[in-house]
Design a protein around this ligand. Structure first.
Ligand SMILES: Nc1ncnc2c1ncn2[C@@H]1O[C@H](COP(=O)(O)OP(=O)(O)O)[C@@H](O)[C@H]1O
Ligand SMILES: [Mg+2]
Length: 467
């Protein structure tokens, strides 16, 4: 049996009736009318209750509010597409399109227009999912919660994510943290791929950047290559032109594309040091949070500048003995190497990632051994969600935040705890974001329909991407 699309018809009865007539049960179009809704304020609840994939929405519905279109798009469990069913006069089609509707048809509905709806629906669903996958998705925030948030104070800061060891989860941590701050909390945030051995931030966020940190450094060198360090400043618009928008309030400065770029004059020696300082200064003024993903060597000038001038250095370690001894030794070696500038170790904190309680070390033991305070602890993810997030380019915390696992997932919870230490209102956002109504399993709760069952399942197919 093939899967059928469920359509909620939200329109006054006179307009809804021809739709029902056009989409009779078992029709060959593969579209079933789930139910009719005749009351504006209950459109979203009805759509969830009846498992609708798409809503055919009339602006003539009593109590109509165009806001519902974006609320359906941002529905935590999965996006719900909207197609307008609009009167032929006026510019309702345009207005609803601006509010986020994926298309519209005009009334009165005849056979040809019913066919038009059938044609619009698959693309509408695909677009609704693509909107979320692009990172434009922002969890719903109650106005009351938003007000409470602005009342809480917090500190703008630059956070470096570093480890002397590769493969421990630096990029994973940097990306998910940046997404929590920039998309979930919606604060102006920049993630910088500062890994001079070749970073993967753009990959993790599914971005296709036009410009990178390498372009920016080259431009900076052309402008300030022979001037005194004090005169070297990076203009905000220059920085902005080199970033790529992810979604919400998050921008990314993509990293070098090839390792040999790191050995060019713009990113080396005194010039590289001036560049990284200017970059941190300007980024810190433009964004509330700057998260920098680093490579392992502290001797590289770019890594060195970030380690010296960030407010916080999250030192990532897993529960592997070799990582722990590498971290301990590198910290000691770094203190010696940075003697001239004087490194303040209070800014360095350990972030346990892929923590495995069965590995034989307790968290306390690790912190004592390494000689740093623990900032947070993220468990080992075992169901493949973490690697899937990398493969789909859709960050783990966003996917999980929008799912019914939101309150239960231990990894999301530990990420939120880390994010909350940086931006305290994040805890409120996590607690108050709305849970989907269909979270309980019932006749329809256990329903699994490949194409539209959730952002991860079948999404690759839907978006024409390899999962
Ligand atoms: N908490 C975790 N649980 C399971 N796998 C993880 C976790 N964090 C990261 N990973 C996986 O570990 C691998 C390396 O992560 P990555 O962030 O690329 O490390 P690094 O940037 O330090 O080289 C990736 O495949 C990632 O999906
Ligand atoms: Mg990395």
């Amino acid at each position: 049996m093939t899967e059928r699309i469920r359509l909620l018809v939200a329109a006054p009865f006179a307009e809804a009736q021809p739709v029902i007539a056009a989409f009779r049960p078992q029709n060959a179009l593969g579209i079933d009318v789930a139910t009719i809704c005749q009351h504006g304020p209950s459109v979203q609840a009805d759509a969830l209750e009846h498992g609708a994939d798409v809503v055919l929405l009339s602006p003539l519905l009593p109590g109509y509010d165009g806001e519902v279109i974006s609320r359906l798009a941002r529905n935590p469990e999965r996006p719900i597409a909207v197609i307008g069913l609009v009167p032929p006069s006026g510019d309702w089609g345009l207005t609803m399109g601006r509010a986020g509707a994926q298309g519209y048809v005009e009334t009165p509905l005849d056979a040809a227009r019913a066919q038009q709806i059938a044609g619009l629906i698959p693309r509408a669903i695909k677009e609704a999912y693509a909107g979320r996958a692009s990172g434009a998705y922002i969890p719903q925030l109650d106005p009351r919660v938003a007000a409470a948030i602005t009342a809480q104070g917090y500190q703008r800061q630059t956070v470096a994510v570093w480890s002397p060891k590769g493969g421990v989860g630096k990029t994973t941590v940097a990306v998910n943290l940046a997404v929590l701050l920039g998309v979930v909390a919606n604060r102006p945030t920049l993630i910088v791929d500062g890994n001079m051995v070749g970073g993967h931030v753009a990959h993790f966020l599914n971005l296709r950047p036009q410009r990178t940190l390498h372009h920016l450094a080259t431009l900076f060198q052309a402008e300030f290559g022979d001037r005194e360090p004090d005169a070297a400043q990076l203009g905000p618009s220059t920085l902005r032109e080199h970033t790529t928008h992810f979604g919400g309030n998050l921008d990314a400065l993509a990293g070098i594309l090839r390792q040999e770029q790191a050995s060019e004059a713009a990113l080396r020696g005194r010039q590289g040091a001036r560049f990284v300082k200017a970059l941190l200064e300007t980024a810190g003024r433009m964004y509330e949070f700057v998260v920098i993903d680093l490579g392992s060597s502290f001797n590289n000038v770019i890594h060195r500048g970030v380690l010296l001038y960030s407010h916080l250095v999250l030192t990532v370690a897993d529960t592997d003995r070799t990582t722990l001894s590498d971290v301990r030794n590198s910290i000691q070696a770094m203190v010696t190497a940075f003697q001239e500038e004087g490194v303040d170790l209070d800014r360095f904190q350990i972030l346990l990632n892929r923590f495995d309680p069965g590995a034989g070390f307790s968290r306390g033991e690790i912190a004592r051994y390494v000689g740093l305070t623990e900032y947070g602890c993220i468990d080992r993810e075992v169901n493949g969600a973490m690697i899937r997030a990398v493969n789909t380019g859709y960050p783990f915390v966003l996917e999980t935040f929008a799912s019914r696992e939101r309150k239960r997932d231990p990894i999301l919870r530990s990420y939120v705890a880390v994010g909350t230490t940086i931006f305290p209102p994040l805890a409120t956002i996590y607690d108050n974001g709305r849970l989907p109504r269909r979270a309980r399993t019932g006749a329809r709760g256990g329903r699994r329909r490949g194409m539209v069952s959730g952002p991860s399942r079948g999404l690759g197919q839907l978006l024409g991407r390899q999962p």
